[in-house]
Design a binder for this molecule. Structure first.
Ligand code: PLP
Length: 391
C-alpha cells in the first residue's frame, strides 16, 4: 500500500472534538465544550434561502461569490469594520475556516514559517501543517492580560517567516485587541514584509466599542476573514468571506475554484438576507453573551479562579492551576462526576495548559446549573488537597 501524505496524517484530532465525543456518550451532559450558538438562525434568513431555491437559485455561483452578496459585504465591512474594500476585493467562502486555509495557501509556500497566537483555535496549526508550513507560536501571557507583545513577536521572525495570524476577538480567550496593539503588529509586519492573516470571525461579538481590523492600517498586506456563523447563528450553513488587496482576490478566487468550485447558491441568498434584514438579533445575541460571561466572571472571582477579561466572543477562559490537577484531568473529571463538558486549555496548544474554556452557548438557567457544578467540583478538589496535606 502506498503511504498517505505525512502532512495529512500528522494532523492530530482536535482535543475539543475528543471532549465532545466523550460528552456525547453521556446523557444529560451540559455542553460548554463547543462554540456553537444555542439560538436558531433567524427565520427571515431561512425563508430567503427557501425562496431562492424555489425560484431556481440552485445552480453554481461564480467562484468569488454572487455579485449582489459581494456588494453587500463591501458595505458591511465599511459600516462595521471601519475600512472600505471594493466588492472585487471580497471573496465569499465556505465559512471563515476555508477563508483562512485559502489565505494561507495563497501567501505561503511549503517550508515557510507562519506565526500563530498561542493559545489559539487549533485549526490554524492543522491548516499550516497541511500546507507544509512550519507553525511558530507567539505566546499570549496571562500576566500581559493575554495580549500579544509586538517585540516578542518580532523576535520570532526569521527569513522564512511569511505571515502572521492575528485573531481578535480571540477564541479561546475572549480578548479584543485595540488600535494601538494592532498598529504595533502592523508596523512589525511592515518592517519584515509579512502578510497579516486577520481572523475576525467574532467581529460583531464585541461588548464595548468595535474590534480594530489590521486592514485599517495595513490594507495592502492584510487578508481579513469573516463569518456568518457566530453573528447570525449560522454555523451549519457554512458561509464566510475574505477581504484582501485587489490583486490577491482573483488568485484567491481561482484557488477556491480548485477547492470547491463555488459556495452553495441558496446559502449565499440567505447571507444577503442576513446582511440586509433586521439586525436586532445580532444585538440580542451580543447582549446575551455579555450577560452570560458577566455571570461566569462573577463565579470565577468568587471561586478564586483567574479569568481572561471577557471583552467579546462567547468564551470564558479560566485558569484552574490552583485546583491541583491538570486541565485534561479537570475536564474529564468535571464531565464524569458532574456532567458538565468544557474544553481543556491544552486543546488550544501547550500554552493553554492549566486553563479551561467555557463556551456560554446554552440557556441562562442551564449555565447557572453548570457554574454551580463547576464550583462544587472545585470545592471537592480543594477539600481533597487540604485533606491530603493534613495527613
Ligand atoms: N476562527 C475562529 C477563531 C473560530 O473560533 C472559528 C469557529 O469556531 C472559525 C474561525 C471558523 O468559523 P466558520 O464557522 O466561519 O468556519
Amino acid at each position: 500500500m502506498r503511504p498517505l501524505n505525512p502532512a495529512a496524517t500528522a494532523i492530530a484530532e482536535s482535543g475539543i472534538r475528543q471532549m465532545m465525543q466523550r460528552a456525547a456518550a453521556l446523557p444529560d451532559t451540559i455542553r460548554l465544550d463547543i462554540g456553537d450558538p444555542d439560538a436558531p438562525t433567524p427565520p427571515h434568513i431561512i425563508d430567503a434561502a427557501e425562496r431562492a431555491m424555489r425560484a431556481g437559485a440552485t445552480r453554481y455561483a461564480p467562484a468569488a461569490g454572487l455579485p449582489a452578496l459581494r456588494d453587500q459585504l463591501a458595505h458591511k465591512i465599511e459600516r462595521r469594520n471601519g475600512w472600505r474594500p471594493r466588492p472585487d476585493q471580497i471573496v465569499v467562502t465556505q465559512g471563515a475556516t476555508q477563508a483562512l486555509h485559502t489565505a494561507l495557501a495563497v501567501v505561503a509556500r511549503p517550508g515557510n514559517e507562519v506565526l500563530l497566537p498561542a493559545p489559539a483555535w487549533p485549526n490554524y496549526r492543522m491548516m499550516a501543517s497541511l500546507l507544509g508550513l512550519t507553525p511558530r507560536t507567539y505566546p499570549l501571557h496571562a500576566d500581559h492580560r493575554y495580549l500579544p507583545d509586538a517585540d516578542e513577536i518580532e523576535s520570532l521572525v526569521t527569513p522564512r517567516t511569511c505571515a502572521l495570524v492575528v485573531n481578535s476577538p480571540s477564541n479561546p480567550l475572549g480578548t479584543v485587541l485595540n488600535e494601538h496593539q494592532i498598529t504595533r503588529i502592523a508596523d512589525l509586519a511592515e518592517r519584515h514584509n509579512l502578510w497579516i492573516i486577520s481572523d475576525e470571525c467574532y467581529d460583531e461579538l464585541v461588548f464595548h466599542g468595535h474590534a480594530f481590523s489590521p486592514a485599517r492600517v495595513a490594507p495592502h498586506r492584510t487578508i481579513a476573514a469573516y463569518s456568518f456563523s457566530k453573528t447570525y447563528a449560522m454555523t451549519g450553513w457554512r458561509v464566510g468571506y475574505a477581504a484582501m488587496p485587489q490583486h490577491v482576490a482573483p488568485v484567491f478566487a481561482r484557488c477556491q475554484e480548485a477547492q470547491l468550485a463555488s459556495i452553495s447558491t441558496p446559502t449565499q441568498h440567505a447571507a444577503i438576507a442576513a446582511l440586509t434584514g433586521p439586525q436586532n438579533n445580532v444585538q440580542i445575541l451580543r447582549e446575551t453573551y455579555r450577560e452570560r460571561l458577566a455571570h461566569v466572571t462573577a463565579v470565577a472571582r468568587s471561586a478564586n479562579l483567574p479569568m481572561a477579561p471577557a471583552q467579546g466572543t462567547f468564551y470564558a477562559w479560566l485558569d484552574i492551576t490552583n485546583c491541583g490537577i491538570d486541565d485534561d484531568r479537570f475536564a474529564r473529571e468535571l464531565l464524569d462526576k458532574h456532567r458538565v463538558s468544557v474544553a481543556p486549555g491544552s486543546a488550544f496548544g501547550a500554552q493553554g495548559g492549566g486553563c479551561i474554556r467555557l463556551a456560554v452557548c446554552c440557556p441562562n438557567n442551564v449555565l447557572t446549573t453548570a457554574t454551580a457544578a463547576l464550583v462544587a467540583f472545585i470545592n471537592e478538589l480543594r477539600a481533597s488537597a487540604d485533606a491530603q496535606l493534613s495527613v
